[in-house]
Write a protein that binds this ligand. Structure first.
Ligand code: NAD
Ligand code: ZN
Length: 350
């Protein structure tokens, strides 16, 4: 499909700086921002680029320097070290040097895989991301975490590798299936409780920009995940457990949405927030058309066992929870309160 950009495009564009010293970059958001690509490539000084894209060729504009196009496939199945090796071999075959650049275009699985390959090739070549799913635009392509899966688990092999720029072109979203759009809303819904507030009334490009700015500010204060970056995991403790317990039948954003409703109920049960604020969790998640109920099937015990494996937990059960001073990481939440909160949640078939 050929992309078209509306005439009001320029007024709907936003740019968000990610300030990380000599690793700083800008995230551009809005219709048509993909056309900034040749200028950004020129700024990097690259003599040639490799474009790794899961979308039609004309979605990535001419970068202005000689390029090799490599076809990618979105999806967890290809998000592995075999693909990373294939990409690195394509880079080598094209004679890419550390002074050139790699461009990714696709969903979060593609930006993660290409980002990791770029971080490894010649111990790091510049990468520019053109995320095409809402989830990748609001989350996956921002912040410099890259990873691929092992048969033993998701995202087990990765690196921190900040891009030179991210172009979140909202024209890309026109072909995104409805469920993938809703999936991205899951991360926007959780953003409401870690500083973004209720942004549902804003146009989508503004919501993306708000979420990107929030993630950028957290990453700027904790690039390598040693403290405040935990906040981004709001709703994710139960979310990850639900993804695993349903064998990934629930998508990440859907699971995070249910996890966000649960986090509100748990914070209420612990007396950290009042009933009105608990209800706001439900209202915002439901307002995005996201699920608020637990799936039939996984028992509280099974979910608690999975949540004990969460990397945020020093020991016991840990959650990022809303409270009088905003969201914070709470360690050692009593298992009984967690169990009662899970038992009290409605269930439905997905
Ligand atoms: N690095 C990070 O910080 C970070 C953060 C969050 C998520 N992630 C990773 O991101 C991945 C999830 O990303 P995702 O939801 O984009 O998954 P994905 O890449 O599998 O894309 C989801 C689906 O949407 C399709 N798609 C994407 N863009 C499209 C478009 N414009 N038109 C039509 N179809 C399109 C894809 O082909 C795929 O079927 C996971 O692997 C997750 O681990 C990484
Ligand atoms: Zn997430």
């Amino acid at each position: 499909m050929t992309l078209t950009t509306t005439s009001s495009a320029a007024t709907e564009r936003r740019s968000v700086p990610v300030n990380l010293g000599d690793r700083s970059y800008t995230v551009h958001i809005g219709p048509g921002v993909r056309h900034l690509l040749p200028g950004i490539v020129a700024e990097t000084g690259a003599d040639r680029v490799v474009i790794v894209s899961a979308r039609p060729d004309d979605w990535v504009p001419d970068p202005g320097v000689p390029s090799l196009r490599v076809r990618a496939r979105d999806g967890e199945v290809d998000k592995n070290l075999v693909t990373v090796e294939e990409l690195c071999r394509a880079f080598a075959g094209f004679g890419l040097t550390r002074h050139d650049a790699v461009i990714s275009c696709g969903g979060g699985t593609t930006t993660d895989t290409v980002g990791l390959a770029a971080s490894l090739f010649h111990r790091g070549v510049p990468v520019i991301h053109l995320p095409t799913s809402l989830l990748a635009q609001v989350d996956a392509s921002i912040g410099g975490k890259t990873a691929v899966n092992l048969p033993e688990g998701k995202n087990l092999v990765g690196a921190y590798w900040q891009p030179k720029a991210v172009l979140c072109d909202t024209d890309f979203l026109a072909t995104l299936p409805e469920r993938e759009l809703t999936n991205g809303y899951g991360e926007l819904a959780r953003a409401a409780f870690i500083g973004a507030g209720d942004i549902r009334h804003l146009p989508l490009h503004e919501q993306i920009a708000t979420s990107v700015a929030l993630k950028a500010s957290v990453v700027m204060s904790d690039e390598r995940d040693s403290g405040p970056r935990h906040l981004l995991n709001y709703g994710h403790t139960l979310g990850h457990a639900l993804e695993i317990a349903t064998d990934f039948a629930l998508k990440h954003g859907e699971a995070v949405a249910i996890g966000t409703v649960f986090a509100g109920r748990l914070a209420g049960a612990l007396g950290r927030i009042d009933a009105g604020r608990v209800a706001t969790h439900h209202e915002i998640v439901a307002g995005y058309g996201l699920p608020t109920e637990l799936p039939l099937g996984p028992s509280p015990d099974e979910l608690i066992a999975l949540m004990r494996l969460d990397k945020k937990a020093a020991h016991g059960l840990a959650f990022v929870l809303d409270g009088p001073d905003g969201a914070e990481l709470i360690q050692d939440v009593p298992e009984e309160v967690v169990r009662h909160t899970l038992e009290a949640m409605p269930r439905r078939r997905f």
